[in-house]
Design a protein around this ligand. Structure first.
Ligand code: SER
Length: 612
């Protein structure tokens, strides 16, 4: 079997040979970008550079990026969709464009020295053009010149052949996608049909020529970039004679563990197989989120909520296929960690906390189910039925977040029905009807309320590079330095999130920050703002960065970049490893005010602050 490790290495070696700098994977949790919850593609951490910031690694980059996409969560269970996956990517920041990008892709795919895929089983698609941008004739002609017949080049609309922005605004452009025929090679038709599932998309070259603005217009970018992404799992499956993605080396041991725990056999029955795939996918994703260098734990908001959903969904499917073991999620996580620890060192480093959080979350979920069941019983005994309103408020008050979607609640309803049948009504099976219409009504009412409440949260963001966000970014640096002076050197960044309206910053600190300390921090930040210190960056080696007192976590990510670390300096006040962008002088920041200080988890506090 061709291994993932072999393909990772080939990909990086190939692009290294074409002058690309190899970068480590960035965190799964985007920094300073409120427009998305997770890193969904390798381009995501590169947004400032795609918009023109100088990258310390130069203008040709490559890496293997850990990605999470939750948009496809309902499709997980088939053979091509995953929530967590590894994406191999190469980038040109204003260097080469369509010609070379397509040449590189073609060479890597078909050359015997690299993947050696059969050219006759390849097809591609290009952007057909619309009011925002013209037909991509350059990509079309290039593929033809490489020997791809016209019949195998589909011209498709924006829905298919346009990528980005990752959030509402930001860099984007037409793309060209590459597909490989996964059916019987003798049955491949001359004409490419992109709706035939036997054609599996494996690579996407995006030509980032535009910046989408808040107003929805597409402005040509001064710097034209290439952003490509190739799904590792799909590629490995294709190379192993189109085997099922869940049978490749980074999945098989996980599936085997689930077989052992459930006593079921993978591939024997469609329902069980789907459940096993969902469990394997979700627990791989959960392990990576928990093990991320910017640690996230299950909660009812943001990333923590997605994490909670993944774990609880895996638990439900686990019960469905007969897993009895308490805390089985942690047993599966150990297998995931073992599989990936050589590549993603943070998993091994965080093994204990990953396991601990999974055990906690499974116990919490079991309690929630039990409480829900008791409550259900009471209401059912009293009224003889459960109304949509009952269901809605009941589920919500038992630890299920407001954003919870109906699918979750329906599934929970099934679990509770099972419990009722097993524990109460052993002889006569009943079914608790899910009051769908009533529930929808409640849900709609509720959604309208919460939409109003959360309006603004997703506005702006680094992706659109709005001035306000950049100001908050610099203010965050000043605040971190002030906290290290006033609270102590143990203060380190644990998370940062910026909008055009506020900064939010998570940091390590064992106790509540007192009102006096808050005042001192505010005063210090305002003092530095008034000094109107200049802001600049320098590219330094790790040793120089350390010597000059730069804050930041010096982990293997930076080691891999060697002598190329970007450090932002605010006068002689603060030095911090950071990608930027920042204001040029602190004087433009206005008045800094801390609005809220609270706990996030043990040892981690959160501050929200504004500039006026
Ligand atoms: N950003 C593009 C994608 O995710 C290429 O990496 O498909």
């Amino acid at each position: 079997m061709i291994s993932s490790e072999e393909i990772r290495k080939k990909y990086l070696d190939f692009f290294k040979s074409k002058g690309h700098t190899v970068m480590p994977s960035a965190s799964l949790i985007p920094e300073n970008d409120p427009t998305v919850l997770f890193t969904t593609a390798g381009m995501h951490p590169l947004v400032p550079y795609l918009l023109g910031e100088k990258h310390p690694g130069g203008n040709r980059l490559t890496n293997i990026q850990k990605c999470i996409r939750t948009g496809d969560i309902d499709e997980v269970g088939d053979n091509v969709h995953l929530t967590f996956f590894e994406m191999m990517g190469n980038w040109s920041l204003g260097d080469y464009f369509k010609q070379e990008a397509i040449e590189y892709s073609f060479e890597f795919l078909t050359s015997k020295e690299w993947l050696g895929l059969d050219k006759n089983l390849l097809a591609v698609s290009v952007f057909q053009g619309d009011n925002d941008a013209p037909f991509d004739s350059e990509a079309f002609e290039k593929w033809k010149s490489l020997g791809i017949s016209e019949k195998r080049i589909a011209k498709l609309p924006k829905k298919n052949n346009w990528w980005g922005p990752a959030g509402e605004t930001g860099p984007c452009g037409p793309d060209t996608e590459m597909f490989y025929w996964t059916g019987d090679p003798n049955k491949v038709l001359d004409e490419f049909d992109d709706t035939d599932p036997l054609w599996v998309e494996i690579w996407n070259d995006v030509f980032m020529e535009y910046n989408k603005t808040k107003e929805g217009t597409y402005i040509p970018l001064a710097q034209k970039n290439v952003d490509t992404g190739m799904g590792l799992e799909r590629t490995v499956a294709v190379l192993n004679d189109n085997c099922d993605m869940y049978q490749i080396d980074t999945f098989k041991p996980i599936i085997e563990k689930i077989e052992e725990l459930s006593g079921k056999k993978y591939g024997e029955n469609t329902e069980d197989t789907r459940a096993m795939r969902i469990i394997a996918d979700h627990l791989r994703a959960a392990t990576f989120i928990l093990g991320d260098e910017r640690g996230i734990i299950p909660s009812n908001v943001g990333q923590g909520y997605v994490l909670r959903r993944l774990i609880r969904r895996a638990v439900r499917y686990g019960k469905m296929i007969g897993i009895k073991e308490d805390h089985f999620t942690s047993l599966v996580a150990r297998v995931v960690i073992k599989l990936f620890r050589g590549v993603y060192k943070e998993l091994e480093r965080n093994e204990d906390s990953i396991v601990e959080e999974l055990v906690k979350e499974e116990s919490k979920f079991a309690r929630t189910l039990q409480n829900g069941l008791d409550e259900f019983r009471k209401i059912f005994n009293k009224n003889g039925r459960i109304t949509g309103k009952d269901a809605f408020y009941l589920y919500q008050s038992y630890g299920f977040p407001k954003e919870m979607i109906k699918e979750d609640i329906k599934e929970l309803n099934k679990s509770i029905t099972n419990l009722v049948n097993n524990e109460v009504n052993k002889d006569q099976k009943i079914s608790i009807e899910f009051p769908e219409e009533e529930f929808d009504e409640e849900f709609k009412k509720h959604q309208e309320l919460s939409r109003t409440a959360s309006a603004g949260v997703f506005k702006g963001g680094l992706a659109d590079n709005s001035e306000a966000v950049v100001k908050y970014h610099t203010a965050t640096h000043l605040m971190l330095q002030a906290m290290r002076e006033i609270l102590g050197d143990h203060v380190e960044q644990r998370g940062s999130n910026l909008t055009a309206e506020r900064l939010r910053f998570d940091f390590s600190h064992p106790v509540k920050v007192t009102p006096e300390e808050i005042q001192k921090i505010e005063a210090r930040v305002n003092e530095i703002i008034q000094k109107d210190l200049p802001v600049h960056f320098e590219i330094l080696s790790i040793d120089e960065a350390k010597k000059r007192g730069a804050t930041g976590i010096f982990d293997e990510k930076y080691e891999a970049l060697g002598n190329n670390i970007k450090v932002y300096f605010v006068g002689d006040y603060s030095a911090e490893i950071c990608g930027g962008p920042h204001v040029e002088h602190t004087g433009v920041l206005g008045t800094f005010k801390i609005q809220k200080e609270e706990a996030v988890s043990q040892g981690v506090r959160r501050i929200k602050a504004t500039l006026q």
